[in-house]
Design a protein around this ligand. Structure first.
Ligand code: AR6
Ligand code: MG
Length: 353
C-alpha cells in the first residue's frame, strides 16, 4: 500500500471530481449494461451498441429512465453507511440492505443474496454475519455481489490506504463469506483506489497490473485460521490479462476461456479490469469512440453475460482515473438515481476528509 501513500495527486482539487467520476461510471455501467444481461453478442453488435450510446448521449433524445439494478441499490446502502458512520458498521449495513431489498426487490438480486437478506430480516440482524456464513451449505457465496458495491469503500479510503482491505472485508462479509468473493472485492477496490490517486497522463496499464499482482500475491499467500493458503486464482487471472492485452484483437472465445463473464467474482472482476485496461487508452477495432468511458462500457457490454455488473465495475475504475468530465451530463440524465448519487458523492468526499 505504501506506493499509493507515497505518490499522491499533485492537484487535490481533482479528488472530488474523481469521486463523482467513479460513482457515475459505476451507475452508468449498471444502467446501460442491464438491458443486455445474459446476452451473447456478436462482432456486428458493436455497431448497435455504438448507436445505443450515441442516442443516449444526443441532446434531443428523450427516453424513459434506464433503471439501475442491485449493483446500484446496494452501492447506495454502502454510501449511506459510510456517510453516516464514517466506517463500516455491519449491523447498520445489514439493516440498510434488508430495507432496500424488501422495499424494492425486483432489481435482479442473486438467489444467494436474497436468501441471506431474508434470514437477516427474520433474525433482525442480531448476528449480521451468520446468514452469509451459512449460505451455500456453509461455503458462502462466491458471487460478484461484494465487488459490485465496493466503489464507495475504495473512494472513502483514498487517503487511508492502510484501512482499505479491512474495510472491504467488513463490507463484503455481510452477504458474501467466501474468500473468492471477498478477494474479488479487494481487487476491484484496489484498482479504483489506485486510479483515484493517479493523473491520467501518468497512468500506465503495466504499473497498475504490477501493483495489483503484488497485493494479490500477499493476499493469496496469507494463511487462514486452518493454516491453509487460498488458491492463487486471481494471480493467474492477472497473468492472463497481461497475455490478452498483448494480443491485438483476442476473440470472444479466447476471452471467455481465460476470463469469463459469469456472476462468479473470479469470472467477472478480472474481466472488468481487463475491459478498462483494453479500452481506456485509445480506440480499437469496432470500439471507436474518442471517449475512454464510452469505449470501456461499450467493450464491456460486448462481452455479454453479467453485463451490468462487469460494465459497472469497469466504469467505476475508468471514472476514478478520468474524473467526472469524462461522462456527459446527457447520458447521466438517462440514469435512474443520478441526482441521488451525485449528492451522495459529495457527502462521501466530506466524510472521507
Ligand atoms: N456454490 C454454488 N454456487 C454459487 C456459490 C457457491 N458457494 N456462490 C455463488 N454461487 P449470489 P450476488 C452462484 O446469489 O453475488 C446479480 O445479477 C449461484 O448460482 O450470492 O449478490 C448481481 O447483479 C448464485 O445465484 O449473488 C450480480 O451481478 C450466483 O452464483 C450477480 O447476480 C450469484 O451469487 C451476483 O450477485
Ligand atoms: Mg449484476
Amino acid at each position: 500500500m505504501s506506493r499509493i501513500a507515497a505518490k499522491v495527486l499533485m492537484d487535490s482539487k481533482k479528488i472530488p471530481l474523481k469521486f463523482k467520476g467513479s460513482l457515475y461510471g459505476a451507475l452508468l455501467g449498471d444502467c446501460t449494461g442491464a438491458p443486455y444481461e445474459g446476452d451473447k453478442l456478436q462482432e456486428g453488435d458493436k455497431t448497435t451498441l455504438k448507436r445505443y450510446f450515441d442516442k443516449l448521449e444526443g441532446p434531443m433524445f428523450k427516453s424513459p429512465k434506464k433503471s439501475y439494478t442491485d449493483d446500484t441499490a446496494q452501492t447506495k446502502c454502502v454510501l449511506k453507511c459510510l456517510i453516516t458512520n464514517k466506517g463500516i458498521e455491519q449491523k447498520f449495513l445489514a439493516t440498510e440492505f434488508v430495507k432496500e431489498y424488501f422495499t424494492d426487490p425486483n432489481r435482479g438480486y442473486g438467489r444467494g443474496t436474497v436468501a441471506v437478506l431474508t434470514k437477516l430480516r427474520q433474525t433482525k440482524a442480531v448476528d449480521p454475519l451468520r446468514p452469509a456464513q451459512e449460505s451455500f451449505g456453509g461455503n458462502g457465496s462466491h458471487g460478484n455481489g461484494a465487488a459490485m458495491r465496493i466503489t464507495p469503500v475504495a473512494l472513502f479510503c483514498y487517503n487511508k490506504s492502510e484501512k482499505l482491505k479491512d474495510m472491504v472485508v467488513q463490507c463484503s462479509l455481510v452477504t458474501h463469506a467466501n474468500a473468492l468473493s471477498v478477494n474479488g472485492a479487494i481487487l476491484q477496490a484496489l484498482a479504483v483506489q489506485y486510479c483515484v490517486n493517479r493523473e491520467p497522463e501518468e497512468f500506465k496499464n503495466d504499473d497498475l497490473l504490477d501493483y495489483l499482482t503484488e497485493e494479490i500475491k500477499q493476499l493469496e499467500e496469507a494463511v487462514d485460521e486452518f493454516g491453509l493458503k487460498s488458491e492463487k486464482v486471481y494471480g493467474k487471472k492477472l497473468d492472463d490479462i497481461r497475455t490478452l492485452l498483448k494480443k491485438e484483437n483476442p476473440s470472444i472465445d479466447d476471452l471467455m476461456n481465460k476470463l469469463g463473464n459469469s456472476p462468479a467474482a473470479v469470472n467477472s472482476v478480472p474481466t472488468a479490469l481487463y475491459c478498462f485496461l483494453r479500452a481506456h487508452g485509445q480506440p480499437f477495432k469496432g470500439i471507436d469512440s474518442s471517449n475512454p468511458m464510452r469505449r470501456t462500457l461499450e467493450y464491456a457490454i460486448t462481452l455479454g453475460g453479467d453485463t451490468d455488473t462487469i460494465a459497472s465495475m469497469a466504469g467505476s475504475i475508468c471514472g476514478a482515473l478520468y474524473g467526472e468530465e469524462v461522462i456527459s451530463e446527457n447520458i447521466l440524465a438517462h440514469c435512474e438515481g443520478f441526482e441521488e448519487i451525485k449528492s451522495m458523492a459529495g457527502e462521501l468526499y466530506n466524510a472521507s476528509q
